[in-house]
Design a protein around this ligand. Structure first.
Ligand code: UFG
Length: 341
């Protein structure tokens, strides 16, 4: 049991007239994206509970208003015991997500991502929980054949992590057909930033992604950093990505739950801004925001990196009425830098 003071207390406005409250189990809700989803749910007047094994999730990311169940998705019994308590929907974000590691340790990804997700679907089916929002990834597309990448783009993952995400999407599609379960798979592009109110304080440990590495370099946690490739066919030779703020990702989850409960059919949706930022532009913006000069080394290309990856999120905009709010790259960096000092 957590001490009261360890959890964050949120101010929750009264539920708007005529809005239906949903009871949602956020699996992986103590993690980076999950904690932002829990905050967004609570702020819209929904009831949230967190199921997390704390392998990468952190207690400091929990909220006083969301019940916490410490549990693993490989524990089918506990999943069943939890899900039979009248949940309207599940948000599933519990997964291993290191692309490089997935190529070296595929078993770890088969067990945690695929088996774990099947356990969730089976427990949901047994308990009659009919809605799931799943955290998928742009990694299901592999190397882009055209830009921006829309949901009709061919699906050719080039790493085992992306393969696991695609397989889980297919399992959900079968559970839709066979068990009347509706899903929304949200294919994130590059998730960045932190809650701009500073309510989520758990920094990711051993980050592998560009912006947290830049932040650690600016904060002096790292002596320097490398730019992987400066000879790409892009405006400054470095890779371009579509960076989407985590609070905007979170709001899409809440909208997806609300739409599913209203009766929307299952859907697969990209989440990005539609704008690209290069590695060099990210570093320049970070130097401006932090006032620090970064020790940057230009290194060779990293295997498997496409030059440019940009999302078309028209479908999410149309189906969910979703629109990213925090799109200015300096503002995004500021929400991350706030955590470093
Ligand atoms: N980069 C550097 N130096 C670093 C780290 C990253 O130059 O120290 C570059 C990468 O080469 C890439 C860009 O910064 O060009 C972004 O890299 P990230 O590792 O932050 O993100 P990726 O685009 O490689 O990966 C993201 C998600 C994955 C997902 C993948 C494919 O983190 O989960 O997109 O959609 F699988």
């Amino acid at each position: 049991m957590l001490r009261q003071s360890e959890k964050t207390v949120l101010f929750i406005p009264a539920l708007g007239k005529g809005r239906k409250m949903a009871k949602v189990l956020v699996i992986g809700g103590a993690g980076y994206i999950g904690s932002h989803v829990v905050k967004a749910l609570l702020e819209k007047g929904h009831q949230a509970a967190v199921y997390d094994n704390l392998s990468t999730g952190q207690k400091v990311n929990l909220f006083e208003q969301a019940e916490f169940i410490e549990g693993d998705i490989l524990d089918s019994g506990l999943l069943f015991d939890t899900l039979r308590n009248g949940f309207d929907a599940v948000v599933h974000l519990a997964a291993k997500k290191a692309v490089g590691e997935s190529m070296e340790k595929p078993n770890k990804y088969s067990i945690n991502n695929i088996q774990g997700s099947l356990n969730i679907l089976m427990a949901m089916a047994e308990c009659g929980v009919r809605h799931i929002v799943f955290s998928s990834s742009a990694a299901v597309y592999g190397m882009p054949e055209y830009l921006p990448v829309d949901e009709a783009h061919p699906l050719n993952p080039i790493n085992y992590y992306g393969f696991t995400k695609l397989e889980i999407e297919k399992f959900m599609d079968w559970y839709d057909r066979l068990k009347d379960m509706r899903y929304v798979a949200l294919r994130y592009f590059n998730a960045v930033g932190y809650d701009s109110e500073g309510k989520i304080r758990g920094k990711e440990k051993n980050p592998q992604n560009l912006l947290p590495i830049i932040m650690e370099t600016a904060a002096g946690v790292r002596d320097g950093m490398s730019v992987f490739g400066s000879d790409y066919d892009t405006r400054d030779g470095t890779c371009i990505r579509d960076y989407i703020h985590v609070s905007d990702l979170a709001s899409a989850h809440v909208l997806a739950i609300e739409k599913l409960i209203e009766g929307m059919p299952s859907a697969v949706l990209n989440l990005g801004t539609g704008e690209g930022t290069s590695v060099k532009e990210m570093i320049d913006a970070a130097e401006k925001v932090t006032g620090k000069k970064l020790n940057v080394t230009y290194a060779g290309r990293r295997a498997g990196d496409p030059a440019t990856l940009i999302a078309s999120s028209e479908k999410a905009r149309n189906l969910l009425g979703w629109k990213p709010q925090i799109t200015d790259i300096e503002e995004i960096i500021r929400t991350t830098w706030n955590l470093e000092h």
